[in-house]
Ligand binder design. Structure first.
Ligand SMILES: [Zn+2]
Length: 288
């Protein structure tokens, strides 16, 4: 019974953080455009005029707005999952479709929170183990922001990437404290760091940022630190590349006239990482 209650609670928390993540995506983008404008660099003027109203709002004061008509969403429109279902994904005022990304992020993050809690391989009995789970939830939220951002604009905000690295370091420290990472695992971690961020950094340097973006290897650093073993790192690399090929073929078949130029690698890396993370748990479960 307690497990059901906790799962339900975590789904709601995950869903709320999912809608928070989507709001952050637009706010970060608005801030980036503002920065480009002030530095007199090239920026998309139409996009700026739509988004600039998001700049300068604090997180507490800011409420999401419909980007089509500027309608300020009330608390009734901001309930995770529920509002989207009630309004059938349309703005209350202008009836333009909004909130599909929010809805998807809410459902996915809610589900990931529940799955993580139910299958967490370590006993949630000590302070470090509980902090580790909490940091994991924060990291999932940050990854959701990076996922959408990279998908939309083929880049990732560097501040958020460094935030992920910090989260990953805290996660690793918690694992050391709770005894699930020891001296014996250090070589495995080193191999993971060489395989994931090492390879991406090398590709980035060789191609001068053409094949692999600057953000990708910083993201890979945090993923390797969280995985902390070579098996999962190789698995992440394999799965994200396999996924990349599948997506490429799919897009190429869907529009034969113009083949895709470049697929943003961040989302692929994140999906590969999540799969590898959970596969490693299943593997641990088998050997325990
Ligand atoms: Zn509207």
């Amino acid at each position: 019974m307690l497990e059901v209650m906790t799962s339900l609670f975590l789904f709601v928390v995950g869903a709320c953080l999912g809608s928070f993540a989507v709001a952050q995506v637009w706010r970060l983008r608005a801030r980036q455009l503002e920065g480009l404008k002030q530095a007199h660099k090239k920026y998309d003027k139409a996009e700026y005029s739509r988004l600039h109203k998001l700049v300068g709002h604090t997180v507490q004061r800011d409420r999401s707005v419909c980007l089509a008509c500027g309608y300020q969403l009330r608390w009734l429109d901001l309930l995770p999952v529920v509002s989207w279902a009630l309004l059938r994904g349309k703005c209350r005022k202008c009836r333009k479709p909004i909130g599909l990304a929010e809805f998807a992020a809410e459902m996915l993050l809610g589900a990931l929170f529940v799955v993580s809690y139910l299958f967490w391989p370590y006993q949630l009995a000590t302070v470090p183990s509980i902090i580790a789970l909490a940091v994991w939830f924060v990291l999932l939220t940050a990854l959701a922001v990076l996922f959408i951002y990279d998908l939309k604009w083929s880049q990732m905000p560097s501040k958020l990437l460094y935030f992920c690295v910090v989260c990953a370091i805290i996660f690793l420290i918690c694992n050391i404290l709770q005894g699930s990472f020891g001296v014996a695992q250090i070589p495995s971690l080193v191999v993971a760091l060489v395989v994931l961020p090492g390879l991406y950094l090398a590709l980035n340097l060789v191609s001068k940022g053409k094949w692999v973006g600057d953000g990708d290897y910083i993201l890979a650093i945090s993923l390797a630190l969280v995985l902390a073993n070579y098996f999962s790192a190789v698995m992440t690399l394999f799965l994200s590349n396999l996924l990349g090929c599948l997506v490429y073929v799919f897009i190429a078949l869907a529009n034969r006239q113009n083949r895709p130029k470049r697929i943003p690698f961040g989302p692929l890396l994140i999906v590969g990482f999540l799969l590898a993370f959970f596969i490693n748990w299943a593997r641990l479960g088998l050997t325990l």
